[in-house]
Design a protein around this ligand. Structure first.
Ligand SMILES: Cc1ncc(COP(=O)(O)O)c(C=O)c1O
Length: 400
């Protein structure tokens, strides 16, 4: 049980007086990927593989759509839930991808996948509630619950013969009367693990029975190597189910810097999400949304090229890691991360910092993804084989 918000020590006194920030916010853990990346972010000789992004800039046809809209004067306030045209484009896209009917009233454009996660938590979690989270997981997901004063209840994946699996019973057992949501990120960051369709049904049924929301983070849905698309909760759910699905333009369309994503929700949630947007970002800029329309309606060849780039990256990095006696890794079947354990490492943050100092190669420490990740490192392989081979040449003496 996490301590009550009002019992936590508040932040220290500010210099001139008595104003303090919330104790819960003061106590948030540092972002450990940032503890490595601040050593060399933006330096020209850094090979940065610490963040979840490709080395490719956004393709020109997407940039052009934004530029054209800007030049045409599309620079005003706009619909809080997003341009109807983009929402309809996404409804058609998801209906085609998953073979399910999709009403655009279920779709709200958000200022990134992270914003979609936070809107979900703002809508669902009160202080003192809890949210069961499958881990290891991108830290922002669990820390988002803490910002709300809620408790993240981690349920660890198990590694069986090198393959990550979820014991759904343990996930359900972690829930109690204060559980308001289950958060599942599949395909998962950092593991590349994917839920199977029968597990999705089981979790969804449990949520229906218990009146618990399911927040499904599916931002890596298109980055899958062993099938056309990752199983989505949208394929097993009814439109009115207690399900929120988080998506993003960042990964498949190389748009990490644009800050645009979307949330799929029951139709009746639209007004709630709309008012939360009113009190935060007000909307996503129109020209960014025009870029989003171009990405979805003309971007399939780019998505295919991005997947090919990631597959080549995976096939460059994983065999080289597997050849190192201290490293344990199986090729991930989704997402774009090599998440590997290194024998003898018990402080992955210190090790990632040491690696950066000695090689200029930036990796994320496994501990950034929770205690389950300690002893591991995460490398994003969404880069060219040449860049990755250069990084591996430098890393080899330290990992062997
Ligand atoms: C699991 C997961 N969810 C959500 C996001 C958020 O993506 P963005 O805020 O760039 O849309 C990320 C980014 O790394 C992620 O790894």
């Amino acid at each position: 049980m996490s301590p009550r918000d009002d019992l936590l020590p508040r932040g220290p006194l500010t210099a001139p007086g008595l104003a303090r920030i919330r104790g819960r916010i003061w106590g948030l853990e540092k972002q450990l990927i940032g503890e490595v990346s601040r050593l060399g972010l933006g330096q020209p000789d850094t090979i940065a593989l610490w963040y979840g992004e490709s080395d490719q800039p956004t393709p020109a046809f997407i940039c052009d759509a934004a530029y054209k809209a800007m030049r045409a004067g599309e620079t005003f306030y706009t619909h809080k839930r997003g341009l109807p045209e983009l929402r309809q484009t996404l409804a058609t896209y998801m209906a085609g991808l998953y073979g399910v009917p999709m009403d655009m009233e279920r779709i709200t454009i958000t200022m990134s996948g992270m914003a979609a996660i936070m809107l979900s938590f703002q809508a669902l979690l009160d202080a003192g509630d809890n949210c069961a989270i499958v881990a290891p997981v991108w830290p922002n997901c669990s820390q988002g619950t803490e910002v709300m004063g809620a408790e993240p209840r981690r349920v660890a994946l198990e590694l069986e013969n090198g393959v990550w699996r979820l014991d759904t019973q343990r996930l359900m057992d972690a829930c109690d009367e204060r559980t308001r949501a289950i958060f599942v990120n599949s395909p998962g960051n950092p593991t590349g693990w994917m839920l199977a369709a029968d597990q999705q049904r089981e979790i969804l049924d449990f949520c229906r029975r218990r009146g618990i929301w399911l927040v499904a983070d599916e931002v890596y849905a298109r980055l899958v190597y062993d099938r056309p698309v990752a199983p989505s909760f949208l394929q097993v759910a009814e439109p009115d189910d207690p399900l929120l699905v988080v998506n993003s333009f960042s990964k498949s369309w190389a748009m990490t810097g644009w800050r645009i994503g979307w949330l799929t929700h029951p139709v009746w949630m639209g007004e709630t999400i709309s008012s939360l947007i009113e009190f935060s970002t007000a909307a996503v800029s129109v020209f960014t949304q025009r870029a989003g329309i171009a990405a979805v309606s003309e971007g399939e060849p780019f998505v295919a090229a991005m997947l090919a780039r990631c597959r080549a990256g995976r096939d460059t990095v994983v065999p080289r890691l597997q050849a190192m006696p201290r490293v344990a890794i199986n090729p991930p079947s989704a997402a774009f991360y090599a998440f590997f354990k290194v024998d003898g490492v018990d402080d992955s943050l210190a090790f990632a910092q040491e690696i950066f100092h000695k090689t200029n190669v930036g990796l994320a420490p496994g501990s950034a993804f929770g205690p389950e990740g300690e002893g591991s490192l995460r490398l994003c392989f969404a880069s060219s084989p040449e860049r990755l081979n250069r990084a591996m040449d430098l890393l080899e003496p330290m990992l062997r």
